[in-house]
Design a protein around this ligand. Structure first.
Ligand SMILES: *Cc1c(COP(=O)(O)O)cnc(C)c1O
Length: 456
């Protein structure tokens, strides 16, 4: 296997290829600002530890109004930028269309728009927010195979033409509301090697694609190619190669129905940057890139819909321990059973399952708390004191499902101390609710890459 893993210093050669000129950047910025007419939050250039410290230092427990003890995120836009460069370096042929449902943060979106990425949208609101940034409708794929009528009309009115389908009813709908659409047939692939099995809901089995192509042809619709999604949180890089082979079969089949396909969409499911063992982005690229090149000529435009890949590692969440319960054990039990493995404390923090940690339920994530402030000492990325047995960590709502970690190894924490969670950028804040009156955690922005400043 070829080693195509990137060294940090290799990134330096790439910006010239991918970075628009300063004039282009400034023009896009003016256009976007006119469209939005909002003041942007400040993007700092401090390292994450200093961002955390500065925010915590602004916390004065004597001040009543500020709510400076709320949980908050530090977003490192430099991480998003590096992921983009890495994509361009390892999969140069494949155009990334960011799956915005993963994290539609306005700053992330603007950075990616400015870098020239496209967008995978699933609803009218998502399309609208991308168009509002001044992004051309040709840089949007409406990648939801089952769409609401009025949303299809909206796409038509706004000249968003690329959209996916996987059933015949959708073709009739599109014929009625958007007859000039450029249709992409989403096929079913093997998603058994993924945490989120999207095949349960979407994708045409290969024994139905003939019928769908025949229907499209009868309706006079323009089908341009194939898409798939190996499943979110995919843990087998081979799934991508197998899916591309399936797509090739449908390309060949399409010719029987008079279609000359020239578009392939390899979907999402790419691992985030913090994944360094098992399936890594390098491994996926090593399989995907050559397979695509071997099976599809240069006339075929290839795009992908990465979501977590771009943002997973870019967000760090800081939360305060707002309450603590010491578990009092029955004396008899304490003398008989081995207590070393059962939690001795319950910590309650100010973001939970109904907020950022919905990823535990919806995205099968395991969120590991780390100590940020204890005994007034700042311990980000430091090895802290001996763990004090086990503890469970809970969110702030009154629901018992609101458990973040049933068993964590932590030192003894006091109310008012802080915990942090890394890699909280994907499928977290986007689905956070305000259940029980708790606000979504605020986001502070920084960048570990200077170039990012040019894009705002
Ligand atoms: C959710 C989704 C994605 C993004 O998936 P990731 O695993 O975050 O990369 C891409 N395409 C479609 C159609 C999706 O529904």
């Amino acid at each position: 296997m070829i080693d195509i893993s990137l060294q940090q210093d290799q990134f330096e050669v790439v910006p010239a290829l991918v970075q628009p000129t300063l004039v282009e950047v400034l023009k896009a910025r003016v256009k976007a600002e006119m469209a939005l007419d909002v003041a942007l939050p400040q993007v700092h250039t401090l390292p994450i530890d200093q961002m955390l410290q500065a925010r915590l230092a602004s916390f004065d427990p004597e001040m009543e109004d500020a709510e400076a003890d709320n949980a908050f995120y530090i977003a490192d836009l430099g991480e998003v930028y590096r992921q983009h460069l890495r994509w361009k370096a390892l999969l140069p042929r494949i155009e990334p269309f960011f799956a915005m449902k993963c994290n539609p943060d306005p700053m992330v979106m603007r950075l990616l728009a400015s870098l020239g990425a496209g967008f995978d949208c699933a609803s009218k609101n998502e399309i609208q927010s991308v168009l509002n940034m001044g992004v051309d409708p040709s840089r949007i794929i409406y990648a939801n195979p089952c769409k609401q009528n009025s949303f299809v009309k909206y796409a038509h009115t706004n000249n968003v033409r690329m959209m996916t389908f996987d059933n015949a009813e959708e073709l009739h709908k599109i014929k009625r509301f958007h007859p000039e659409a450029q249709l992409v047939l989403r096929i079913l692939t093997d998603d058994s090697k993924s945490l989120c099995k999207l095949g349960l809901k979407f994708g045409a089995p290969l024994d139905t694609t003939g019928f769908l192509l025949a229907t499209a042809q009868e309706l006079g619709l323009n089908v341009i190619g194939v898409s798939f999604h190996v499943g979110s949180g995919c843990f087998d890089a081979n799934a991508f190669g197998e899916a591309v082979i399936r797509a090739r079969r449908v390309f060949d089949q399409a010719q029987e129905y008079g279609y000359e396909f020239n578009f392939l969409d390899v979907g999402g499911g790419f691992p985030s940057a913090h994944v360094t063992e098992g399936i890594t982005f390098e491994k996926v690229a090593t399989i995907l890139g050559p397979t695509v090149n071997a099976l599809f000529g240069p006339e075929v435009r290839v795009i992908a819909e990465p979501g977590r890949y771009y943002v997973g590692s870019a967000f760090t969440l800081a939360t305060q321990v707002i309450a603590r319960r010491t578990i009092v054990r029955d004396l008899a039990e304490a003398f008989t059973a081995d207590q070393s493995h059962s939690p001795s404390h319950m910590y309650y923090i100010n973001d939970g399952m109904y907020g950022s940690f919905n990823c535990i339920m919806f995205d099968h994530q395991v969120c590991e708390p780390k100590v940020l402030v204890k005994d007034n000492a700042f311990t980000y990325k430091q090895v802290v004191a001996e763990p004090h047995g086990y503890a469970s960590v809970w969110g702030p709502t009154c629901d018992s499902i609101d458990c973040i970690s049933p068993k964590s190894s932590l030192p003894l924490m006091e109310t008012g101390d802080w915990l942090y969670f890394e890699n909280m950028g994907a499928y977290t804040i986007t689905a956070a609710s305000q259940f029980n009156g708790f606000r979504k955690s605020e986001i502070l922005y920084t960048t570990s890459e200077q170039e990012v400043s040019l894009h705002f």
